[in-house]
Design a binder for this molecule. Structure first.
Ligand code: ADP
Ligand code: ADP
Length: 232
């Protein structure tokens, strides 16, 4: 479902050159939860941003659900990106919009009409367990509730792939578990493929089917969780 092949990315700022990704390749099968684990600065964030081309690789290819994103013109890329939802560490909710308004945002951008947007938002808020908060503002929510809104927003457009950029890093352990269980439920119930990045092994152990370890911009280990753990 997601294929990253020989992707490299170098940042140049001031006099500093950082090879953030060096010949990174990975394959995420349809319907699995794939975790990329690594320490701070390892290249996780650059990698996940490269998957939807928020960060364009210097070389290599990224293919999602049969579309080679790295080869698409801007208009085609916009369309292909609708298959991808993304969840962020700091939620990135709009403070001036209600929960429902935040969830409807992506649908508004692609021109879904008002009544249909409202119905879809309420349906998806029900799925993430927040149907009673549709009219609340982000400031009135706990961290876990904010992330549920972030997940609902990512799912509103009915994507095939969910990208999670340290979605639980700002949450306490108990809330982390409930959000991870929600991601697992979405994966199972909707058949969504999930690619997540994390610096916590517990996250990988709790919900991932496969994982890759990234160090200094390189994948040093990759495989099914069962075999990774038994060879560790
Ligand atoms: P992680 O998410 O694993 O913490 P990142 O992908 O954010 O790692 O960063 C990998 C490396 O690339 C780090 O050394 C970081 O400082 C550098 N880097 C990331 N983004 C930029 C940028 N926009 N400009 C310059 N250097 C960057
Ligand atoms: P958690 O322990 O999960 O972080 P909180 O203690 O932050 O939860 O919130 C518990 C409940 O209080 C939640 O249902 C949340 O909606 C509500 N709440 C939190 N902050 C506010 C606020 N500033 N205004 C109104 N309600 C709030």
């Amino acid at each position: 479902m997601i294929s990253v092949q020989h992707v490299s990315k170098t940042f140049r700022s001031g006099g500093t050159v950082t090879a953030a990704l060096q010949d990174v390749s990975l394959e995420v099968a349809e319907g699995e939860i794939f975790g990329v684990i690594g320490q701070s600065g390892a290249g996780k964030s650059t990698l996940i941003r490269a998957v939807n081309l928020l960060e364009r690789p210097d070389s290599g290819t990224v293919t999602v659900d049969g579309d080679e994103l790295t080869a698409l013109a801007p208009a085609e890329l916009r369309r292909a990106r609708r298959k991808i939802g993304m969840v962020f560490q700091h939620f990135n909710l709009l403070a001036g919009r209600t929960v429902r308004g935040n969830v409807e945002l992506g649908l508004e951008i692609i021109g879904v009409d008002g009544e249909q947007r409202r119905r879809r938002a309420l349906e998806i808020l029900d799925l993430v367990g927040l149907d009673d908060k549709a009219g609340a503002y982000p400031a009135e929510l706990s961290g876990g509730q904010k992330q549920r809104v972030g997940i609902a927003r990512a799912l509103a457009g009915n994507p095939k792939v969910l990208l999670s950029d340290e979605a639980t890093s700002a949450l306490d352990p108990e809330t982390t578990r409930s959000i991870l269980d929600l991601v697992k439920k979405i994966n199972t119930d909707l058949g969504l493929t999930v690619l997540l990045i994390t610096h916590e092994m517990d996250v990988v152990k709790r919900i991932c089917d496969s994982a890759a370890l990234i160090e200094g911009g390189r994948i040093v280990e990759q495989g099914r969780i069962v075999s990774l753990i038994s060879t560790a």
